[in-house]
Design a protein around this ligand. Structure first.
Ligand code: NAD
Length: 370
């Protein structure tokens, strides 16, 4: 019986708590997973989606354990999910957020932040209830991480390191981005500053391609006005999945989990893949790509810009401090992982996990055992 309840998640790292919250009067169904708090209170976003599962929330919480540890943050990993449509009217979202916040009032080892389907306004409601949330609006002491493009900035820092390892230049490098949202748009903007050329982009409505380059400024303006990437003129519309097989140097999945798998990995022509989304590559495809010489470092190393900003906000740090920390931590971590790959011939995910797990293991050694 115990096995049925705790398997398949429980292992030597956690999760410490899996909480299912149900409020029949709304109704509200939510899942909170506190994975590991050896390094400090867990930090991780609240996702809103109708089809969330305990397994997805657990996998995301575990990713946060490694991401926070790898980034050297004094935080453990956790994640929450509300099973609801992210397109609900704001008043209904507010009811859900406040109900969840009240249910989590005593869960002081968890600091929520925004994730897909929630935003800074949702965090303001949580903060109003509990005084414990990050990724809040500016007037309540928040750093607007999506507006600033913190995660996309971090991806551009990682790209410099990966390019150095490959001996390639970012100047003129062609990039294709799946998911032209907060992360994808900022990655395009910052990588363009490094000289890269955007040749393809997609959103949930479709994908476009122009081998001579897309104008990032025009595409950003179009999205700002509520448009779709397919509204961009001067590019060909292509099937959504074709974005993975185009001739390009840098591929950036910045939408949903598991979008690169053994089905499409053999067609990938890029030299490097920047994992903007969380768990965008199925593990077996990541191994396959490594063996084929396509360089990709794990999501929890390269897309840590958002959580580094959230953790800086939690300590009342400034935007400048957050960006300096992103540049330093992502650069150092990429170098450390690439060194292990070079010297020990490790698979990058194993190398990165070794780095993160050593920190969590040490944190766990200081905890009371009884
Ligand atoms: P977002 O909602 O702003 O953007 C997602 C984009 O993906 C949208 O443009 C959407 O239209 C597009 N999209 C959705 N399904 C698609 C599909 N099947 N094909 C092509 N495009 C599709 O979200 P975001 O904040 O940019 O987050 C994107 C991913 O990055 C998520 O996995 C998130 O967990 C992860 N992430 C975000 C941050 C952050 O700072 N925002 C940090 C780390 C990781």
């Amino acid at each position: 019986m115990a096995k049925a309840i705790f398997a398949p998640f429980a292992d030597q790292w956690g999760p410490e708590k899996i909480i299912h919250i149900y409020e029949p009067r709304l109704p509200m169904r939510a899942i909170v997973v506190i994975d590991n708090t050896a390094l400090g209170p867990a930090i991780g976003g609240i996702r809103m989606a109708p089809d969330l599962t305990t397994e997805e929330v657990f996998r995301l919480a575990r990713t946060m354990t490694w991401k926070n540890a790898a980034a050297g943050l004094p935080h453990g990993g956790g994640k929450a999910g509300i099973l609801a449509d992210p397109g609900l009217p704001l008043a209904e979202k507010e009811r859900l957020m406040r109900t969840l916040a009240r249910a989590m009032a005593d869960l002081t080892e968890y600091i929520p932040g925004p994730d897909m389907g929630t935003d800074e306004v949702c965090m303001a409601f949580i903060y109003d209830e509990n005084r414990r949330a990050a990724g809040r609006p500016k007037v309540t002491g928040g750093i607007p991480l999506d507006e600033l493009g913190a995660t996309g900035f971090g991806l551009s820092v990682a790209a410099e390191q990966l390019a150095g390892h490959l001996g390639m230049s970012l100047v003129g490098a062609r990039m294709a981005i799946q998911g032209f949202g907060n992360v994808g748009k900022a990655a395009a903007k910052f990588l363009e500053k490094s000289g890269a050329v955007l040749v393809a982009a997609s959103d949930s409505a479709g994908a476009i391609y122009n081998p001579h380059g897309l104008n990032v400024g025009r595409l950003l303006a179009l999205k700002e006005q509520g448009g779709k990437v397919t509204d961009y003129t001067d590019a060909d519309a292509i099937p959504a999945d074709a974005i993975f097989s185009l001739p390009c140097d840098i591929l950036i999945p910045a939408a949903r989990p598991d979008v690169i798998n053994l089905g499409n990995a053999p067609q990938i022509q890029a030299k490097m893949i920047l994992q903007g989304a969380n768990i965008p590559i199925a593990l077996e495809a990541e191994r396959f790509l490594h063996e084929r010489g396509v360089l990709t470092l794990p999501d929890f190393i390269v897309n840590a810009g958002g959580v580094i900003t959230t953790a800086t906000e939690y300590r009342h740090g400034s935007t400048a401090a957050a960006f300096a920390a992103i540049a330093e931590k992502i650069r150092e971590n990429c170098q450390a992982v690439l060194r292990l790959v070079r010297e020990k011939n490790l698979f990058p995910r194993e190398a990165a996990l070794e780095l993160a797990q050593n920190r969590v293991r040490e944190g766990m050694s200081y905890r009371r055992r009884f």
